[in-house]
Design a protein. Sequence first.
Length: 535
Amino acid sequence: MSIISLSTYVDMSGAATPSSGIIMGLDISDGKLKQKGTSGVVTEIGSGAGSGSAGTSGSSGSSGSSGTSGIIGATGPSGLDGGNSIKWIYGSRSINGEFILNSNDFTQVSNVVWMNNFSQIGDSTSWLEALSDYNNLFPGAAYIKISELTDPNIYGIYQITSNNDDNPSVYRGYEITNISANGTPTNGLEYSISWIIMGGNSGSSGSSGSSGTRGSSGTSGSSGSSGSSGYSGADAANTLKWTLDNTLTAATFEKFDTNSETNTLSVNSISINKTSITGYVGNWLETIHTMVTASADSVYLQITKSDDATIFGIYSLSTSTDNGTHYTFDVSISGVIASNGILLESRDYSISFILQSIGNPGSNGSSGTSGSSGTRGSSGTSGTSGTSGTSGTSGTSGTNGSSGTSGSSGSSGSSGVSGLLVMNNPAIVSSDTLSLSPLPSIQADYFSADTSITGANAAISLTLPPAESPGLVPDGKVVHIKDEGGYAGTNNITVIAHTAENIDGESSYVINTNYGSVTLVKNTSGPWFIISKKV
């Protein structure tokens, strides 16, 4: 085989001797065209006396045809939302799977959001009806968030002021007031929508007690703990991710630190960069900063290890500082609401928040003047409250009499529905023992009952699980039961307390009106109290 090299200079004397044929090239020593044969002798081409005619050039071979391009694979589906979140596409309220705002701007002070009864995952009528029911039960306590899946910095957080259900068989509408927002929605893009109920209604004042000393006030209901963050895919609404780096590097993109403290029970300071793993979220963090600055302990911040929900911490924030690249939040004294486990370096964590001070807690009744002496009258019973029950007022003073027994103290008010998601359980069509959401959560449970089935078993009985044994049902647990079939007037729904417990002093409560409902809360001493009912 012969080798020819004309594009570069070659050291012909040092080139390897070919086993057959010749090597041709421009010699590096003088730039002349030379050849080297099988004998190893290098000679200049064209130095001989004879001359021969040049050979004709061979014709070029035709080029091979190009291969066809491969087909682009189809786009994979979006990950499932976490928690109480469902997806719609922005476009029209009359088309399945779509929603629209009355004014195409997230930052409008007042607006209306319309959602078709069918979301991107299917029929979501019950989910929307539950939101409408809660908005009727707790006016002004319902909040809704809309966020763009591809850019979490395009979002809106709103308080729902009223329902706007002019065509509920096709879509649902809600009048909303802006809390925090950024950007405008885009036709054809997918959005995650979630809602929460925050705070309970004000409790009514207790009646005045007869003369005697004032009974002690009932204890406040315990605050609800926040729900755990959603897992990877698209995180739950209002949840973003950062990586823990406790070398105090929250000034670096996508990092947060806990002031070198890794025990979730001992965290007292949390710093978070304004850029999360999913992008810039300065407005999201500014919402927390604004609320904490305006009212200390108004925000609960939850940190959860993304691949292990048992490692978490929920903290009440007392102060907030904007450091330019990041925010630093101080945890209140005794501000660790709930925690478990040790935080690990260089791992991803989901961080979310709820606003604790926006709800409508029950107010305390005013104190009365001292009653006249005589026998000491029993204290007034406390009114049913959203948060703490109000104490009964004492009667006016009179002449001294013999001392009597002191009045019993007012019972504690049931806690309001705090910033917790509501677990919507499948419809129940036959008698059953209710299964509540797992500990340690006091997440509210919603049970729909349908007694439209004809026959001997049309009326059903729902038995509450035991509350008197520690660890079975936490104090402050809220359970909502509703006749969604609209047949309870004929086929009653009986809610039965567990053995040795009661519901407002009775062994059971009967829903016997069409579309009737009852909302119960578990008390510290074991029984269940009715905090609202529809008859």
